[in-house]
Design a protein around this ligand. Structure first.
Ligand code: HEC
Ligand code: HEC
Length: 172
């Protein structure tokens, strides 16, 4: 299948910029705090089809970051997915939707997923993880940070979180 994303493939610019992360996090790290306990982890994508189809243009985001109704809305709108055509064959899309909804933040709220769900209104259907107040709170950087060539966009989690795909965001 040929895709023509309107933006650069994010994975190709991800450099695992540990230095960047350390620089930004200076002063906020808490040495001695428990690492990778449940509160700081979100279950990674374990469904191969989702990994393949939704990890093509960007990292396959963990379903726990959004409620089930958001995934439903997103999968119903793939023809205009943030300006890209991310259409998938219907039977594949159905399988992915089932996986995303079963593992959504409101289906199995624990750890980071619970933290993110706290900010989603009962009738809210957010399509972006990066607009959740929990995200904004942790990423209150000056605009120039997001414009760095190795970052490009807020949704490029891997640029700063080298273990993002495994569900770990508490780098130190
Ligand atoms: C053709 C490329 C492409 C494919 C395939 C694709 N996406 Fe995206 N996705 C994008 C683009 C472009 C954005 C917007 C990125 C930005 O603004 O930084 C995006 C953004 C997102 C966001 C919001 C990220 C944020 O800012 O919080 C989610 C969630 C998402 N995609 C989920 C999916 C899912 C689920 C699939 C698989 C069904 C998928 N994507 C497949 C291109 C794609
Ligand atoms: C420009 C670099 C950058 C990008 C891009 C970025 N983050 Fe972060 N993120 C940070 C820094 C710095 C922190 C705060 C230091 C820390 O806790 O490691 C942080 C903290 C977090 C935390 C809190 C970790 C905890 O357990 O307290 C989460 C969750 C998180 N980011 C998720 C994401 C997700 C999801 C994405 C992509 C949609 C993303 N980040 C993109 C730099 C970034």
């Amino acid at each position: 299948m040929t895709r023509t994303p309107t933006r650069p493939r994010l994975r190709s610019v991800a450099t695992g910029a540990a230095a960047l992360l350390i620089g930004l996090a200076a002063g906020t790290a808490q040495p001695g705090s428990a690492r990778a306990d449940d509160d700081e982890w979100i279950p990674p994508v374990t469904h191969q089809l989702t990994q393949e189809e939704c990890g093509d243009c960007h990292m396959a985001f963990q379903p726990g970051f959004l409620p089930a109704r958001s995934w439903l809305a997103m999968m119903n709108g793939l023809a205009d997915h943030f300006g890209d055509d991310a259409t998938i064959a219907p039977e594949k899309a159905d399988e992915i939707l089932v996986y995303l909804m079963a593992n959504a933040g409101d289906a199995q709220p624990s750890g980071l997923a619970r933290e993110y769900m706290r900010y989603v209104r009962e009738d809210g259907v957010p399509l972006r993880i990066t607009e959740n107040p929990a995200f904004l709170d942790e990423h209150d950087f000056r605009p120039s940070v997001w414009e760095r060539p190795e970052v490009v966009t807020k949704s490029n989690c891997l640029a700063c979180h080298k273990d993002a795909e495994r569900g770990y965001y508490d780098d130190d």
